[in-house]
Every structure is written in C-alpha cells, then in structure tokens.
Design a protein around this ligand. Structure first.
Ligand code: UN1
Length: 507
C-alpha cells in the first residue's frame, strides 16, 4: 500500500514539497499509527530555508499557470480526479491507518476529493462575473475574476486530505498555485497525494510548483500567515490556531479563509421522526470518534421525549463496535493521540463537577485489542447548555443531552447559545418548526439542516460557519470567489468623457 502510494516506510528522503529529496536537515519525525502504535514511516520536517525555496518555486509556477486557460486548468484537475479514483482504495486505507478513522470514512474522504475535482472541472468554465449597465452612454461595465497568486493551505489531522482538496482544486482552476502545510500528525497521506498530483503535472509537462507540499510544524504555518507573497491563507483547525493565523494575516491585510471549531447541535422536537433521528445522532456524535468539526456535540431534546431518547441512546452506545479502524464492522476507531485522550477525560471530569451526569462511556480501553491507549468508549452526558465544558469544543466523542421545554424558539436559543457557529440541525415533521429554524431568527450557523444530522455535508454547498468558526466558506456554491481577485472594468466606446454622478468638470 505504502509503496504503491510513494510512501516508503524507511526512507525519510521526501517531504518538503517540490524537493522530495531536498537538502538534508535533521528534523526527522517518525509517524505512528493511532490504530496499533506501529511506526509507519518517517518524514523530514521542513526548515525556514526549505520554506523559502518552496515559496519561490510556487511563485515561479504561478507565472506559467495563470496563463493556462481556465478550462485547460480544469482538465488537469480532471486528470487528478481520475488518478484519485484509481488510488481510492489504498489512499482511503492510508487515511484510515494514519488518522484512525474507519476504512469506510477513509474511502469517503477520498470520495470527497474526487467529487471536488469533478466540481472544479465544471467550475473551470463558469468563473462568471456580472455585466452591469453603465449610467453613462456608450459605456460598458462588467466584473471579472483573475487569479490571486500563491494560496497557503493549512489543514487539520481529522480530514488530512479532503479539506486540502477543496481548497487546492478550486484554487487550481482559479489559476492559483498552492502551498499545503498538512497537520504534523498526518503528513504521510499528504505525501502520498502529492506524489499522485505530481504524476499528473509531470505527464502534462507543467511546473511542479503548481501544487506544493511543505511538511513541517507550527513554525511553517506562522511563516505562511506572515508572508505577504501569500495573498490568501486558508486554515482549518482549532479556534485557537485560527485566531493566531487570522490576526497575523489581518495585520498585513491579507485574506484569510478560516474554518475552525464547531459546537454543533441537533434539536429533537416533539415532532421528530425518532427512528431517523437516532441514526443521524449516533453517526454525528461517534463517527470519526467525534473528531469532525461537524461532529454532533449537543443534543437539544424536548422534555416530552427526553426519557425516550435517552433510553434509546443507552441501548445503542454500549454496543458500539470500537476497534481497529481497518477491521470490518468497526464503527469507532481510536482518537488521534494521547493529548486527545487527555482532553476527553478532562472534559468528562469537569462537566461532572459542574453538575453533569455521565450516563455511559468515558473509559479509556486497555488490553490486546487496544494497544495504543487511544481507544475510548463514546460518552453520553446529561448536562446544561451553560456549563463551561459544554460551551467548549472537545474534539472527542462526548454527546451532551440537553433538555428544553416550551416551543422551538427555546431550543433555537440554546442551539445558538455558544460561541461557535458551524453546523446545526433540527429533526421535526412540523413545517412551522422547520421554517422557524431556518429563518433569520433561527439557527445562526453556516450550515443548518432539516431532518439530516450535523456532519457529513456534501461538497456542493459552501462549507463553513459563523462566530468563532471563523466565517470562511470552502468547497461548493460560490466559495471559489475568495481564491480570485475581482476587478470591475468600465469601457468607454463613445467620443465623450461623461463623468459618473453627472459631475461637470470642464477644463
Ligand atoms: C471537518 O471536519 O473539518 O461535513 C470537515 C462533514 C465533512 C467535512 C468535515 N464533509 O462532516
């Protein structure tokens, strides 16, 4: 699997973008699987000098790439999508083994990459601007979108390749080149993807700097954020990281696209179809072991059905198949590392101190089947929305059950009563409740779903959220516009020079 993908277990001679076998330096890190603790491979981490080299290569490639017509750029992305189809199985497996999500979700992640490639191919013929009517005679006015330049992409461990592809594929059809800094926790699958992309560039005799990879630690992210040669930095990760990146980018008046933490809730009203809702809740809460930014963290349940919902969940949770992510039938894999486990246990201790009741789960599993200490049993906690712990995003499988009484407005107030604003959902068969949830006075999140859970969004919509989620939108709809610079053009084909606003200015 690794060889086929160009990831060679005992060869740290790749890593920093264009220069797979670049100059030697000492920062070599072993990468271990959270599934079994085994060392998968080692990577060389980039230095500030490597970074310089990558930026220069990217800048040079931009000179060529921006001249390639957008539909031709789309054709390159089409070829990348086809190669991803070819490598879907091993790549999905590597996502799963390096990150710990189950194989089905690893494959789903690669499918998201393929889908965004297809989307970007179509988009490459649709980078539309408006045509406006000028107030002046014999004038024409329109907007057009030009490539922006070098786009920095900082991605997180939980979607180690898909989120990169949402950014990189749109950037590519827009005529930008990209520099990708993957999470230091999951660099191998990034290396694998970079090999696949480079094959396409080579086959088309395009400069390797169109897509760059730089494996490194936070220092590289800081360099990207501060670098005026990088007009757009797209960063996915924690709100803490996003605030740092956002402030540094803002200080130079660059553009930042931030996709940060969520504290997503599902509302179950008295009119919910509970059979349907339960699947959504469980997938949203324990899928990817609670490590999606769209993970369902809060369940806001109407008084009248609270006990029933609790009992149903208590019937499901203890039976969840937890185990090796590559094993058939597993639904919950390990957390990414010890730090994540500590965050999980700490949050559970804290919420109980605040008055929460742990209903089930919350253990760290030990024994032969769980050799890494990173397997946990998903937790259900009865809690109140205002608890400090409930207000935070803990990147682990903890679901807070929160009771509401009265009408849907009360539930919406709880749903909105957190600092984050990524994804939200309501289960109801009542049209008034559904519409109230979607109205301007309804959910304040970037994503609001009816009778669908909070996680597992399609790539066709714009993905992102409000408040501390950062405000950025990636992926579908018109998210592409942030990767381009907009220009308003007015052309005068008359023999006069009339001024706008009817101003007379005779010289
Ligand atoms: C993320 O967790 O960073 O909606 C992205 C979802 C996925 C993407 C999640 N399509 O759950």
């Amino acid at each position: 699997m690794l060889q086929e993908l160009g990831v060679l277990p005992d060869n740290p001679a790749y890593s920093t973008g264009l220069a797979w076998g670049g100059e030697a330096n000492e920062k070599i890190r072993s990468i271990h699987s959270p599934a079994d603790g085994k060392r998968i491979a080692a990577v060389r981490f980039a230095t500030a000098e490597n970074y310089e080299q990558v930026v220069k290569t990217a800048q040079a490639a931009f000179q060529t790439w921006r001249l390639v017509p957008a539909p031709k750029r789309g054709d390159i992305v089409r070829q990348i999508g086809n190669k991803l189809r070819h490598y879907k199985e091993p790549l999905g497996k590597l996502v799963s083994y390096e990150m710990g999500k189950i194989m089905q979700e690893g494959l789903g992640e690669v499918q998201e990459m393929i889908d965004i490639c297809d989307f970007a191919v179509g988009l490459s013929r649709q980078l539309h601007g408006f045509t406006m009517h000028s107030e002046r005679p014999a004038h024409r006015m329109y907007d057009q979108y030009h490539p922006l330049g070098v786009v920095g992409i900082i991605s997180a461990f939980n979607f180690p390749v898909a989120v990169w592809s949402w950014n990189a594929m749109l950037a590519a059809v827009c005529g930008d080149v990209s520099i990708w800094k993957p999470s230091e926790k999951t660099p191998l699958v990034a290396v694998a993807v970079q090999h696949i992309v480079q094959e396409v560039l080579n086959e088309n005799e395009l400069p390797e700097g169109v897509f760059n990879l730089i494996v490194g630690d936070a220092e590289i992210g800081q360099l990207l954020a501060a670098d005026a040669r990088v007009p757009l930095v797209s960063a996915t990760g924690s709100t803490r990281m996003g605030k740092q990146v956002g402030q540094v980018v803002a200080a130079r008046l660059g553009k930042a696209l931030l996709e940060l933490g969520g504290n997503n809730a599902i509302i179950l009203t008295e009119h919910a179809d509970l059979d349907m809702a339960m699947r959504a809740v469980v997938f949203g809460a324990v899928g990817t072991a609670g490590q999606r930014c769209t993970t369902t963290r809060r369940l806001i349940i109407h008084d009248s059905i609270f006990e029933e919902v609790k009992q149903r969940l208590l019937g499901i949770y203890p039976k969840l198949p937890i185990g090796h992510p590559l094993q058939d039938g597993t639904l919950v894999g390990p957390l990414i590392d010890q730090q994540a486990v500590d965050g999980f246990t700490k949050a559970l201790a804290q919420v109980q101190q605040e008055g929460g009741t742990l209903l089930t789960g919350g253990e760290v599993l030990t024994g032969e089947a769980y050799p890494t200490g990173t397997y946990v049993t998903p937790a259900l906690v009865e809690a109140e929305n205002h608890y400090a712990t409930v207000q935070e995003e803990t990147f682990a499988p903890i679901l807070y059950l929160i009771r509401y009484s009265g009408d849907v407005e009360a539930a919406i107030a709880l749903q909105n009563g957190v600092r984050q604003g990524l994804s939200s959902s309501i289960f109801t068969l009542n049209m008034r409740e559904a519409e109230a949830f979607l109205a301007a006075t309804g959910s304040d999140c970037g994503i609001a779903n009816v009778n669908i859970g909070t996680s597992g969004a399609e790539i066709g919509g714009a993905f992102g959220g409000e408040k501390e989620t950062g405000g950025g939108r990636e992926s579908g709809s018109d998210a592409w516009k942030v990767y381009m610079r907009r220009q308003t053009n007015t052309i005068n084909y008359s023999r006069e020079l009339p001024l706008a606003q009817g101003i007379k200015f005779d010289v």
